[in-house]
Write a protein that binds this ligand. Structure first.
Ligand code: SF4
Length: 391
């Protein structure tokens, strides 16, 4: 059997760029969408197509700015490129803004099976605070439209840790989300710190001022309580947590994301998209839209960089990604791959996080406790300290 392979297609277009956004996005360039779709199809031809293509994920940006025919043409190009295709999940991220009209029926016809809706909050005051371009009513309408078009698998994203959002506000937002009845819920803490990939090209001044104001209103302890509350409420409602930020109804876990956490190989197409060969190399495309288009249009993969992953980094990633999953890692798997039991690195540090109730050892299995999931970075220090220090 061919090893599974996964495809990520980045769509950088957004109507407006949100202040806190960390992704590769451009605002107000809708006229370039057709040219970009051509470039994406062309890039597919320039890239190898190994293994069996199992999942496709259209992420952004705002993929729902593309119509169903365009999404279908990219999927057709991918199906034509891979010799072996057995798609069991095709996800498309959609924005619930009422100013955009996602082509739900067209996505269904194109072969999209799963919608990931960027709801973020169902409380207008929080959406205003996040400077989002949609309201709670628009988010509900978008959810209903996706369902009406026949999507049986709809995920929503929610954000906590918003300055001024109390524990009761978050509870109320979660209850409103549960009333929608999504199949999958991702809860993310509002990320305000400058990320390593932003150090070279920090966000524009207005965005930095916005983040600075938000940071002063953030409360880490409250965010921890909000995370714990999400685990309780979603668990009671029948959603099983299977990853640090992800809850799903039975059988509705994201297969594409699961492939990342299992370190399966993936090809990233589009501006700023990352790829991983499943062994020891990661690479990424030009983030700048014009540089990306110029490269592809002269028949070159617009690669911006590649990184050879040494054994220490790979071992760290195996542990870090594995511990994101609630099921954790098996020591024997890591030992078989890297020749070393990850718990042998720094036994005293491991013992300390176990004693602190952050990590659970269950025979061969190692997993984060509910409290440990709140402090995953701290726990990782116990496993591969040198790799964590380098990041
Ligand atoms: S809509 Fe989403 S991807 Fe686009 S700028 Fe806002 S947060 Fe970023």
């Amino acid at each position: 059997m061919e090893p599974s392979h996964h495809l990520y297609v980045h769509v950088p277009f957004c109507r407006l760029v949100c202040a806190y956004c960390d992704f590769v996005t451009v605002g107000g360039r809708a006229d370039d969408i057709g040219r970009y779709a051509d470039a994406v199809r062309r890039e597919l031809e320039l890239r190898p197509a190994p293994g069996e293509l199992r999942t496709v994920y259209f992420g952004g940006g705002t993929p729902s700015l593309l119509d169903g025919a365009t999404i279908g043409s990219i999927l057709d190009a991918a199906r034509a490129r891979w010799a072996s295709v057995a798609l069991d999940e095709v996800t498309l991220e959609a924005n619930p803004s009422g100013r955009e009209t996602p082509d739900w029926e067209g996505y269904r016809r194109a072969g999209v099976t799963r919608i990931s809706l960027g709801v973020q909050s169902l409380r207008d005051e929080e959406l205003t605070s996040l400077a989002r371009g949609h309201t709670a009513v628009e988010a509900r309408d978008a959810f209903a439209s996706a369902r009406a078009a026949g999507f049986a698998d709809v995920s929503i994203d929610l954000i906590y840790g918003i300055g001024g959002q109390t524990l009761d506000d978050w509870r109320d937002g979660l209850e409103r989300a549960l009333e929608l009845g999504p199949d999958h819920i991702s809860c993310y803490a509002l990320q305000l710190a400058l990320q390593p990939d932003e150090w070279a090209a920090p966000p524009r001044a207005g965005a930095l001022r916005w983040r600075d104001r938000m940071v002063r209103r953030q409360d880490d302890e409250l965010a921890g309580d909000q995370y714990a509350l999400a685990a309780d409420l979603l668990g009671e409602a029948g959603y099983a947590q299977y990853e640090l930020s992800s809850w799903a109804r039975p059988g509705r876990e994201s297969r594409h994301n699961a492939a990342y956490w299992a370190r399966r190989p993936y090809t990233g197409i589009g501006a700023g998209a990352h790829s991983y060969d499943g062994v020891a190399e990661r690479s990424w495309n030009e983030r700048d839209l014009d540089a990306y288009l110029a490269g592809v249009e002269v028949g070159e993969r617009p690669i911006a960089g590649r990184e050879a992953l040494d054994a220490t980094t790979r071992a760290f990633e195996a542990v870090a990604l594995g511990l994101r999953r609630v099921s954790g890692i098996r020591r024997s798997d890591i030992a078989a791959e890297f020749g070393e039991d990850p718990l042998d690195r720094d036994p005293a540090a491991v013992e300390e996080v176990v004693r602190a109730g952050l990590l659970e050892l269950d025979g061969d299995r190692v997993r984060l406790t509910a409290r440990g999931r709140l402090m995953a970075s701290e726990v990782l220090l116990a496993f591969v300290p040198e790799a964590v220090a380098r990041r």
